[in-house]
Design a binder for this molecule. Structure first.
Ligand code: CP
Ligand code: NVA
Length: 327
């Protein structure tokens, strides 16, 4: 049921998706989806990308609306969801956390039930993952996690698409993440484990990923042919990497810790020296925004092995697949 039927799409102006399997589901974590489901989402994302580039309309969400709640800043997530809805024939509605009543104390439960009466889906970017889970519990429409302090799953779906496009496969690749054991590290472990990658997280003491997430990802990796490990030495970790990945040392909400973190993460930079020990055709990834000279050197970010801007573009295509399937 999950295999994409090529004949079904070929020569057609519009995609018709086998939605039954996905419709109504939340997208809070990649750990909630099976390897086959993620594969299918990536196939749909690829199809939508091809159609978009060819100028073929694909109004799969005509007449539908997505509410987009943001209590944190965003460039890529906001633009890709809003434009993605437009390209799918629907509408994205930006709801700043400061302006809606949620910011003045209206409960998550009430917000979820009210929005469910008017919208077809909710995307939320906020601090607490529990709040997003509560929103999903009370909403009767799909809720998509656009980043919490714990996870950033839509980014990683786009990252998997990018890796697949550049390397041609996912299973068996070594992906090394250098830096903070944060939301990106967590979602990369979940997504990588599910797709059979060897994921290495190299973080300094005190900034390791959440052990519960590590244990869950390791169990997923075992069941799906992947391998997940957490280490301390970044240069040793980078040896033979097919994908080198990093993210900011201080995430949104950690601005006050920026100086302490700069000291703690010294040496955890993707630079020429690190790239030299990776596989010769390794690709360099970063979810962006980047802090040049901190977690990544300017020359590597701008170098020919960097795929960061294609990665950013793929947010659009990957999220269109999620929305087209669940909404
Ligand atoms: N990578 C990412 O989520 O970027 P934004 O914070 O700009 O949305
Ligand atoms: N870890 C970063 C990711 C930004 C896309 C943050 O949460 O700020």
């Amino acid at each position: 049921m999950l295999a994409l039927d090529k004949e079904h799409f070929q020569g057609r102006k519009m995609l018709t998706l086998d939605k039954e399997h996905f419709q109504g589901r939340d997208f809070l974590s990649l750990s909630d989806y099976s390897q086959d489901e993620i594969k299918y989402m990536l196939q749909v994302a690829s199809q939508l990308k091809t159609q978009q580039k060819a100028g073929i309309p694909h109004p799969l969400l005509q007449g539908k609306s997505l509410g987009m709640i943001f209590t944190k800043s965003s460039t890529r997530t906001r633009v890709s969801f809003e434009v993605g809805m437009y390209q799918l024939g629907g509408q994205g509605l930006f709801l700043s956390g400061r302006d809606i009543q949620l910011g003045r104390g209206e409960t998550i439960a009430d917000t979820a039930r009210v929005l469910s009466r008017m919208l077809d889906g909710i995307m939320i970017r906020t601090f607490s993952h529990q709040e997003v889970q509560a929103l999903a519990e009370y909403a009767t429409i799909p809720v998509i996690n656009g980043l919490t302090d714990l996870l950033h799953p839509t980014q990683v779906l786009a990252d998997l698409l990018t890796i697949q496009e550049h390397v041609g496969r996912l299973a068996g690749l070594k992906l090394v993440y250098i830096g903070d054991g944060n939301n990106m590290a967590h979602s990369l472990m979940f997504g990588g484990a599910k797709m059979g990658l060897h994921v290495v997280i190299a973080s300094p003491a005190g900034y390791k990923p959440n052990p519960e997430i590590v244990a869950m990802a390791q169990a997923d990796a075992k069941a799906n042919g992947g391998f997940v490990e957490v280490v301390t030495d970044p240069l040793a970790a980078a040896k033979g990497a097919d994908v080198l990945y990093t993210d900011v040392w201080a995430s949104m909400g950690q601005e006050d810790e920026a100086e302490i973190r700069k000291r703690a993460f010294a040496g955890y930079q993707i630079n020429r020296e690190m790239l030299q020990v990776a596989a010769s055709r390794a690709i360099v990834m970063h979810c962006l925004p980047a802090h040049r000279g901190e977690e990544i050197s300017e020359e590597v970010l701008e170098g020919e092995q960097s795929v960061v801007f294609e990665e950013a573009e793929n947010r659009l295509h990957a999220q269109k697949a999620i929305m087209a399937l669940v909404m």
